[in-house]
Design a protein around this ligand. Structure first.
Ligand code: SAM
Length: 275
C-alpha cells in the first residue's frame, strides 16, 4: 500500500527491471524506515491502534473471519508494521507476535503498545528467513505486509509452512493482481490498462541523487499465487475480493471509490497447511 504522492521523498526514477531478494530487501527496509512516520500519521486513525483491517476497503477480520478461532492460538504476523492487527488478535485471546523488516515501523509498534496497554512482542526480520523453530504457530498472516516486497516468494511461503503446525492456517492480503495492469492513480487515469497482467518484471525506483535502489515491488498473477501455495503444501480455501463499500470515500494511494466501484483493489487469500 504505497502512496508516493502523499509524502515527501527524494526524487526518484521508476524502472521496470529485475531485482533480486537482496536488492529488494535492502531498498524496502530503508524505504519503510523513511516512510513509517508519514504512514502512521496518515493511516493510523483508519487502521485503529487495536484494529484488524485487511485493506483500504475497510474489511475487518471481525467481519471476514478468515483466520478462524483465535482464542489460545499462537499467531505470527509477517510484515506487522505498527502491530495494529496483532493487537486486535491479542484482544481476542490469541498470542500474536509481530515481525517486520523496518525498525522505525517497530518503534511505532512499541509506541502504540504503551498508549493502548495491549503490547505485541515483535522482532526485526524478514519474511524469507523467519527466526522461529519449526511448527511454532497455529496461524500466520499478513495484511498487506511483506509479500509484494519480496522477490523470493517461494522461500517466503516455504518459511511460513515451516513455522506452522500441521493443519495450520495461512492468510494474507495483497494488492489485487489485476491492478498491476493499471497506473497507480486513484482517478480516471487509473482505469485504463497500460501494461500486461502477465509481465512480472518488478517495479523499481532509483534515487536520482545517489543512484541507489530506493523501492521495489513484485507482481504475481492469481495463477502464480495458487501455484506457490500448492507447491508449499497449502490447500487454498478462500479468495476474497472485497467490494468498495457504499459511501466509503477515503483515498489510499491508488485505492479510491472511482476505481473500487469498478475493479477489485485487494485480494485476500486463505489456505490450510496439509495436516
Ligand atoms: C503496508 S505495511 C502493512 C503493515 C500493517 N499490516 C498495516 O496495515 O499497516 C507493509 C509492511 O511490510 C513490511 N515489510 C516489507 N518487506 C518486508 C519483508 N521482506 N519482511 C518483513 N516485513 C516486510 C514493511 O516494513 C511494512 O511495515
Amino acid at each position: 500500500m504505497q502512496d508516493l504522492q502523499e509524502w515527501p521523498h527524494p526524487p526518484v526514477t521508476a524502472h521496470r527491471r529485475p531485482a533480486d531478494e537482496r536488492e529488494s530487501r535492502r531498498a524496502n527496509g530503508a524505504d519503510w524506515d523513511r516512510y513509517a512516520d508519514e504512514y502512521q500519521a496518515t493511516h493510523g486513525d483508519f487502521l485503529g491502534d487495536v484494529g484488524f483491517l485487511w485493506g483500504p476497503e475497510g474489511l475487518t477480520e471481525a467481519e471476514a473471519g478468515i483466520l478462524g478461532p483465535l482464542d489460545g492460538k499462537d499467531v505470527l504476523e509477517v510484515g506487522s508494521g505498527a502491530g495494529q492487527c496483532s493487537r486486535w488478535i491479542r484482544s481476542a485471546g490469541g498470542r500474536a507476535i509481530g515481525l517486520d523488516l523496518s525498525y522505525r515501523q517497530l518503534q511505532h509498534s512499541r509506541r502504540i503498545d504503551e498508549q493502548s496497554g495491549v503490547p505485541v512482542p515483535s522482532v526485526l526480520g524478514t519474511a524469507t528467513d523467519l527466526p522461529f523453530a519449526d511448527g511454532s504457530f497455529d496461524i500466520v498472516f499478513s495484511s498487506f505486509g511483506a509479500l509484494q516486497f519480496v522477490a523470493d516468494i517461494e522461500r517466503a511461503v516455504a518459511e511460513t509452512a515451516r513455522v506452522l503446525r500441521p493443519g495450520g492456517r495461512y492468510a494474507f492480503s495483497i494488492t489485487h493482481p489485476t491492478r498491476w495492469m493499471f497506473p497507480d492513480d486513484p482517478g480516471e487515469e487509473g482505469l485504463t490498462a497500460t501494461q500486461s497482467y502477465w509481465d512480472r518484471t518488478p517495479y523499481v525506483e532509483v534515487d536520482d541523487a545517489t543512484g541507489t535502489t530506493s523501492y521495489v515491488e513484485h507482481h504475481r498473477t492469481l495463477g502464480d499465487w495458487v501455484a506457490v501455495l500448492a507447491g508449499a503444501g497449502f490447500r487454498l480455501t478462500t479468495l476474497l475480493e472485497p467490494e468498495w463499500p457504499e459511501g466509503h470515500e477515503r483515498l489510499w494511494g491508488g485505492w479510491s471509490g472511482v476505481r473500487g466501484r469498478l475493479t477489485p483493489g485487494t485480494a485476500i487469500f486463505g489456505a490450510d497447511l496439509a495436516g
